[in-house]
Design a protein around this ligand. Structure first.
Ligand code: GLN
Length: 396
């Protein structure tokens, strides 16, 4: 009887029962099983700054380990505000406009649940991070897609006009964009800001890669664009700033009216985030400029090491401007498509990667594969050695 109920799935919400396991878990599990080098799921080899980890350890042993306040420790909220003022020139009232969450995924989920009513249209840019769409659907939202294509993954005013309608309530915007590594600049932000103002839409801005931008770029938040200060939820992640992805400490920033509603959904999703980690994140956000510059420079070197190695082997490497990821065009190597290619890569060549088609809901791009370069040189070099054995490569 129990099995029948489970098999029919009648008692379950198809928003989840019809979902597959996230591609990150699938590929990491395959990497564990086969002993492959894992360039799939995005997490660094680097253990993260020693002083930030020491702060957390000290806070566990000597600090406060009971529920912190629901919105986050006052010192952490103040540190987030000061950090965004210092790096992005954005003024935030840490008492009314900042909330600490258990990772950016919670912040995004919470924002979507708080903002979408059944039937509302939600504009999503695909390829999109794989948590967005299931939550939009769970909330009863109707997705409208803007489809980005390689190699530039860019969008025009006409693309937005085709996706926005009088029923659009929310747009989800990820910049820098995972999985493509694109950093959208002012021109594109302005086009998007105009569409949001014109259609009276709230933008949920996943900016977790804001510090991971290369070649002298500086992150510009959609929140800093004209008319957007009151209609943006700006989401960040300590995991990406300090190479501590397992910590799951995120932050949500929004004008007071929006924040009051975001707080209502946070209170019943996770309620609070571990206070010891919050203490360490508050400390880390205040670190000197050189920490952030070195982190960026180290990752840029790793990007270049992998890109040059791949090019030398005959891979077609797409431009990467930010994030931990580099993409390769496998059209010539993989007539079977990116998903089957990634299975072959992990099984026969010992390297795990992510097929970019997993980030599309419709009309997927099927010839692009994402590789994480946030790894030690030795890891990247061994991956390149293994990839050299791939049939069909034409060395330049
Ligand atoms: N953000 C990570 C990535 O893009 C994945 C995080 C996760 O596995 N949920 O690889």
């Amino acid at each position: 009887m129990k099995d029948k109920i489970l098999n029919d799935g009648k008692l379950m919400n198809p928003a989840f029962s019809a979902l597959g396991v996230t591609i990150f878990e699938v590929m990491s599990q395959l990497a564990r099983e086969t002993g492959a080098i894992n360039l799939g799921q995005g997490f660094p080899d680097d253990p993260g700054p020693q002083d930030v980890r020491a702060k957390a350890a000290d806070a566990v042993l000597n600090g406060y380990n009971q529920y912190p306040s629901m919105m986050g420790l006052p010192e952490t909220r103040a540190a987030i505000g000061a950090h965004y003022k210092r790096f992005q020139g954005i003024d935030l009232d840490s008492n009314a406009e900042i909330m600490v969450t258990s990772g950016a995924t919670e912040a995004i989920t919470g924002a979507l649940l708080a903002l979408i009513e059944p039937g509302d249209e939600v504009v999503l840019f695909q390829p999109m991070y794989d948590s967005y769409l299931p939550i939009v659907k769970l909330a009863g939202g109707v997705p409208r897609f803007v489809t980005l294509k390689p190699p530039h993954w860019t969008f025009t005013k006409a693309d937005l006009e085709a996706a926005f309608s009088p029923r659009t309530r929310v747009v989800v915007f990820n910049n820098p964009l995972n999985p493509t590594g694109v950093v959208f600049g002012r021109e594109q932000l302005e086009i998007l800001a105009r569409a949001c103002v014109q259609h009276d839409v709230v933008a949920v801005c996943d900016e977790v890669w804001e510090h991971v931008v290369f070649d002298g770029r500086a992150h510009v938040s959609l929140m800093a664009m004209p008319g957007m200060r009151e209609r943006c939820v700006k989401i960040g992640s300590a995991g990406k700033i300090f190479s501590l992805t397992g910590w799951k400490v995120g932050f949500s920033c929004a004008a007071p009216d929006l924040m009051r509603v975001l707080a209502k959904s946070h209170q019943f999703l996770t309620f609070t985030t571990p206070p010891n980690l919050q203490v360490a994140v508050a400390y880390g956000l205040g670190k000197e400029q050189c920490y952030f510059e070195t982190m960026r420079a180290d990752l840029q070197r790793s990007r270049d090491r992998l890109a040059n190695g791949l090019r030398g082997l005959g891979f077609s490497v797409l431009p990467g401007q930010g994030t931990y990821f580099l993409n390769i065009d496998v059209a010539d190597l993989a007539p079977e498509g990116d998903a089957a290619f990634c299975k072959r890569l992990v099984a026969d060549h010992g390297v795990a990667a992510i097929p970019v088609s997993a980030f599309y809901a419709e009309n997927p791009v099927t010839n692009v594969v994402r590789l994480c370069f946030a790894k030690y040189d030795a890891t990247l070099d061994e991956a390149l050695r293994r990839l050299a054995g791939l049939p069909g490569l034409r060395r330049s």
